[in-house]
Write a protein that binds this ligand. Structure first.
Ligand code: GLP
Length: 263
């Protein structure tokens, strides 16, 4: 695991976008896993800027989404599908047939829908690079505390704390109870992970995920099982890490590792 600590979220987002751009230039048919939420918003803006100003080409890139809320109407602005369109998809030259966003209202039975999504990822050769955020309770995607470290794409009941966080965009009564999410086993199969966390409110979850024991109670700790995981933090999110000084020294390894990790 490589922990990169930047001074600000802005710098972290810019660096993350630059890593993704390098990955796309190296492999123009990159299979990229997308996360929603406030954290990666600026990263997506940076990717859009790179597309516009530096001709970053998404025409062969394939996009997969990490999770989606269940039960929202297809035109809900609060769906993650709408989020990806608003922040990325509508501003880049991605081929619409390369867009694989989870549907919170699938026509078929949910278990077979999830199995088909797994199959789809496999058929396209797996995900090369998965962007991740982290919840304050340590969740990743919608894998809530207690999720199996080997879980697959499935329906997940949202925890009370996650629902409280979602209440900032929904009326309290309208906060969804369920979501569909890639499992921790699915996420761990991505060739490289890029987990972003910014702000003091994420510091505790980050410290547990990066330096705490591997535990289903902190689903994001599953990144410890991954041999190619980058954790991109700002100063505040890194605030409770014990080994900050070591991570700072180790950060220079990135230039050596990049060609291998994004190969
Ligand atoms: C949400 C999503 C996650 C996201 C996380 C953090 O509930 N399910 O995919 O990474 O919580 O969200 P934010 O970046 O808004 O803090």
């Amino acid at each position: 695991m490589l922990v990169l600590i930047k001074e600000t979220a802005e710098e972290g987002s810019r660096t993350a976008a630059s890593l993704i751009a390098q990955a796309i230039r190296k492999n123009p048919a990159l299979r990229l896993g997308l996360a929603a939420g406030r954290t990666p918003t600026e990263l997506y803006q940076n990717l859009v800027n790179l597309h516009r100003s530096a001709h970053l080409d998404f025409s062969r890139v394939r996009l997969f989404s990490l999770d989606e809320l269940i039960g929202l109407s297809s035109d809900s602005p609060n769906s993650y599908r709408a989020f990806f369109h608003q922040h990325l998809v509508d501003h880049i030259n991605v081929d619409r047939t390369h867009l694989h966003l989870l549907n919170g209202q699938p026509k078929e039975e949910i278990a077979s829908y999830c199995a088909c999504y797994e199959q789809l990822i496999r058929e396209h050769g797996g995900i090369d690079l998965q962007i991740l955020g982290i919840g304050r309770n340590g969740h990743v995607g919608f894998n809530e505390p207690g999720a199996s470290l080997n879980s697959r794409t499935r329906i997940s009941l949202l925890s009370a704390s996650t629902r409280r966080n979602l209440a900032r965009v929904f009326d309290q009564a309208a906060v969804p109870e369920w979501a569909v999410t890639m499992g921790l086993g699915t996420i761990r199969e991505a060739r490289t992970l890029l987990l972003l966390a910014f702000g003091e409110q994420k510091a505790e979850a980050v410290a547990k995920a990066v330096e705490g024991p591997l535990s289903a109670s902190i689903p994001a700790s599953c990144i410890q099982l991954h041999s190619k995981a980058i954790v991109m933090l700002d100063r505040e999110a890194a605030g409770l890490l014990r080994n900050q000084e070591y991570y700072q020294r180790e950060a220079s390894r990135l230039t050596v590792l990049l060609p291998e990790w994004f190969g």
